[in-house]
Design a protein around this ligand. Structure first.
Ligand code: SF4
Ligand code: SF4
Length: 96
């Protein structure tokens, strides 16, 4: 056997051991691109809310009001699906 790390040495990662515990995983820390909405272009059709796989589109009174950046992992689906090109995906910065 050669030296180095094999798959057996990798520590166990995130586990789903109870329903709903995924909310505690701050998947936003993975993000390389950050969704930013242009409220002037947004018509509140809420298609982004329907398609977001992380339930990270924030809605109040039936209006899209922003993103849950603790859990949005920057997949860009909301930007791709928006029929009004209201969401851009600039690169994430370390300054937040
Ligand atoms: S899909 Fe686009 S227009 Fe529709 S609510 Fe989301 S950001 Fe607004
Ligand atoms: S980038 Fe992905 S995870 Fe983040 S709000 Fe858009 S669809 Fe949801």
């Amino acid at each position: 056997m050669g030296q180095g790390t094999g798959w057996e040495d990798i520590p166990i990662g995130g586990m789903i051991v109870e329903a709903g515990n995924a909310v505690r995983y701050q998947t936003g820390e993975w993000r390389a691109f950050r969704p930013v909405v242009d409220q002037e272009e947004c018509t509140n059709c809420l298609q982004c809310w329907v398609f977001c796989p992380d339930s990270s589109i924030l809605v109040e009174d039936e209006e899209m009001v922003g993103f849950d950046y603790d859990h949005c992992k920057g997949c860009g689906i909301c930007s791709a699906i928006c029929p009004f090109d209201a969401i851009e995906m600039p690169a994430e910065t370390t300054s937040g």
